[in-house]
Ligand binder design. Sequence first.
Ligand code: FUL
Length: 485
Amino acid sequence: MERVLLWVVCVLVCCFVEVGLCSLNVPPPLPVLPVPSANQLKWQQREMIMFIHFGINTFTNLEKGTGTENPQLFNPNGLDANQWATVAKEAGFSLLILTTKHHDGFCLWPSAYTNHSVKSSLWEDGKGDVVKDLSEAARAQGLDLGVYLSPWDRFEPFYGNELQYNEFYLGQLQELLTKYGPISEVWIDRFKGDNTTMIYHFSKWFAIVKELQIYANVFIDAGVDIRWVGNENGVAGLTSWSTINGSSSNFGQVVKEYLNTGDPYGTNWMPPECDVSIRKGWFWHSDQEPKSLSQLLDIYYASVGRNCVLLLNVPPNTTGLISAEDVERLIEFNKAIKTIFSMDLATSASVTASSVRGPAFSPSNVLSNDLWTYWAPKDFGSSEKSHWIELKVEEAVEFNVVRIQETIVLGQRVMEYGIYASGGDENNMMLVSNGTTIGHKKLHRLEKPVKAIRVSLVIWKFKGDVPIISSFGLHFDPFYNAVSP
Ligand code: FUL
């Protein structure tokens, strides 16, 4: 009788399991704060943004105009913003940021607050508007628009009068934020020239930006939403946290090093943007050439490959077009990125891990690029314990780039890790690279290609209860250390 009862209980338990009554989902881990806002997340996924330095400097061959330039010098008689947008689209950019006003004060739109603008130029008989042209061209290509508006204005006679100038600047900002449709990024630097007594009312300006454009991120050195990376070479720190302490970095007196590496204990999510020009200068000069493909790829690995967004400046020339050699280089650059990353040598790998939090957090989730699907190990209650995840392919693959991505939607966590590969002997795992931060995307470029069947990521130290990995891939970069025939 007892045996029959036991049998009935067993059958009932099995039925419950079968219909799913016993297999409730394990919920996701809690985030490690701070986490990105939806606007920051969208910005991060862009990976590359095009910067456009264009203005009176283009015609005077200067980098920093003095404000004394005659507006009639501005005459780009072949200006075609559609060409800028088409090139940007073909080269893989999704956002264009234009210098609507640089330090010289000349405005590329007909501002109602000054005559020092396109309306006093010969271009289109003073009736043109570069911001309008670009906003329409960008939208036609499905691209977003951002504006750079220099606070330092070397033309404006009342620059230096705190109240008057702050109102003037805000008036200009409002024009840009209300007349040209959605603006995705407002780019501001803190320069004051020698007039160090001029005080900018940043928080008042930023509050109005947020009121007028809810999807805009504000860039400034220590960030409102996006921070400066601390140099203009496009190079992030090998350690690259998306977090800093906004308050401790003390606007205007920020330490470049701090901005470059970020702060694992920072309380603000303020990821770094790497601004760099395709040429030596920010503005177009006839005697300058675009950087080589290999220089641009180095920059890509040092920015996008270190948890940053690359803001690459491409300056239009005096005709008002992006020069043919720059177009060619950009297309070549985009093609190279596609060649390297469109093929993931690990896609057919079987993936195992030290532990798995639950069925929804399977190690194989790292083979997709979806931010919201990821591998999470079991929580052993201590961040001292290491975790690993391993890719195993049937036949050895040769790679020289390892790509690792954290699920930053739940916060940046990893603090120390190593990458091991089996080399010639499947059972002999050797350290091929290591690092301190991962973030949205970490690219390890290996000096020499590695041929392996097994590749594993061992996470030694992390913030929060568990590390979370959304993607882990292997690539071959034929442009790196290529031996010429
Ligand atoms: C700096 C400016 O001084 C440079 O001219 C350039 O515009 C660069 C992107 O930002 O603050």
